[in-house]
Write a protein that binds this ligand. Structure first.
Ligand code: SF4
Length: 432
């Protein structure tokens, strides 16, 4: 029996797909060459915003057409979790709609359309197949204890559940033994990893994230860093970027800071029910740059959140100009069921949100291009991801640009390269 998994959405979903693949392989399935060739076709969907949901539905319909006669089509992931009943009713092409951790077994004698039931196992600690690339995501927690105004994730992923240090280290070691050189740690709110376990251990509520080295992620990052060439941390809520965590990240040799900022205007951030403002963010960024001038920064921002004004837009433009981030992603606000923002007045017209997005994107594109140009003539240590493509610590896999290199350089090797040209977000390097 052969399986095929089509994955949409964020890195966290890709890890879930890896775990599903691991589970199916323990059940005797082999990876098919394509969806057309599989007996079990799985669509791991994304429900983050409207555009992601549309793409997920289109993918499911496409897989339904492509799958061979008799093959079973299963829809899982965030859409299945969030809209299981509606999906099952609306997509007769689908044999099974299964939320997180539900069995993917489809009865062979009859088509089963199932509505949402509670997970019978947790994907987090399932084994996963050997990574085909020299890097891998490691999901260290599921769910989130925060309640940002625009975000529906806690409504269907639930509160934070952190994996134990032992489980994470065991997975990291297996990946490293399989040739992985870079671990990319992910979670919905990475900086809060471990707080739920600590709370449970003490049987009391714990105030999160104080300064002074008590943050569980600090120790985990340091421990993993001793096991592997590179450890990269994604999705850091800005108040979680404590002095102790900054020092630890710098000590790993991967001075890459993926800050989940979302905006810079204090009043708008409060409407988003989030921490921070431009001044605090800049102070943190500048202090990191004082310790490590080569530190790389990425963030993402939402345009058109309800109540956003021209002053907020000016605040963001000034912040983007001052922060000189290496990388940034911009998204327009999407009103999601069950979120605080859905009930807010002063919704911003979509055209205006798009106009604001274009304005900040143009500014950031220039900053990113200048940053990339400034690297020409420098020497960087690259991890060769695939033939002809490498990354220094400045580039996160699948999100940032890459360094184009001689295709004969061996995949998985670490190579010193001189950067000889800049091509938009990508660079060209020659080994030295
Ligand atoms: S921290 Fe992230 S996952 Fe958690 S509620 Fe906020 S945006 Fe959503």
């Amino acid at each position: 029996m052969r399986y095929w998994i089509e994955t949409l959405g964020c890195p966290k979903n890709h890890v879930d797909s890896d775990k599903l693949a691991g589970l199916l392989e323990t059940q005797g399935y082999d990876l098919a060459l394509s969806a057309d060739d599989a007996d079990l076709v799985v669509a791991n969907t994304c429900a983050f915003i409207e555009a992601a949901r549309e793409e997920s539905i289109e993918t499911v319909l496409d897989l339904a057409e492509r799958k061979q006669k008799g093959a079973r089509l299963v829809v899982t992931g965030c859409m299945a979790e969030r809209y299981g009943e509606e999906l099952a009713a609306a997509l007769p092409e689908v044999d099974l709609v299964a939320g997180f951790g539900e069995s993917l077994t489809v009865p062979s004698t009859q088509v089963a359309l199932r509505s949402k039931v509670r997970s019978s196992f947790d994907l987090l600690n399932l084994p996963r197949p050997k990574s085909s690339a020299p890097w891998a995501y490691v999901k260290i927690a599921e769910g989130c204890d925060r309640r940002c105004g625009f975000c529906a994730i806690p409504t269907f992923r639930g509160d934070q559940r952190s994996r134990s240090t032992e489980e994470i280290i065991a997975e990291a070691r297996a990946l490293v033994e399989g040739g992985v050189k870079e671990l990319v740690l992910i979670a919905q709110d990475l900086a809060s990893w471990g707080h739920d376990r600590r709370r449970a251990g003490r049987g009391e509520a714990v105030e999160v994230l104080d300064e002074g080295g008590t943050q569980p992620l600090i120790e985990l990052t340091a421990t993993l860093s001793a096991e592997v060439e590179r450890v990269r941390l994604l999705y850091l809520y800005p108040s979680g970027l404590t002095t102790g965590l900054i020092d630890t990240i710098l000590a790993t040799g991967v001075p890459y800071f993926d800050l989940s900022l979302q905006h810079s205007s204090r009043s708008l951030l409060r409407r988003m029910r989030r921490w921070g403002n431009a001044e605090r963010f800049l102070e943190r960024i500048e202090s990191i740059r004082r310790s490590e001038p080569d530190a790389t920064f990425r963030s993402s921002f939402i345009l058109g959140y309800p109540g956003e004004t021209e002053d907020d837009q000016r605040d963001l433009l000034d912040f983007i100009h001052a922060a000189q981030l290496d990388w940034a992603g911009f998204f327009t606000f999407s009103s999601e069921d069950g979120t605080y923002a859905q009930g807010l007045s002063d919704q911003v017209p979509h055209d205006l949100a798009l106009e604001r997005l274009r304005e900040v994107s143009e500014l950031q594109d220039t900053i990113t291009a200048n940053k990339r140009d400034a690297l020409v003539g420098t020497t960087q240590r690259l991890l060769i991801d695939r033939p002809g493509v490498g990354r220094s610590v400045r580039e996160c896999p699948e999100i940032d640009g890459v360094v184009l290199v001689d295709p004969s350089l061996s995949v998985g090797s670490m190579v010193q390269c001189r950067i000889v040209a800049s091509r938009g977000t990508d660079l060209e390097g020659v080994s030295v």
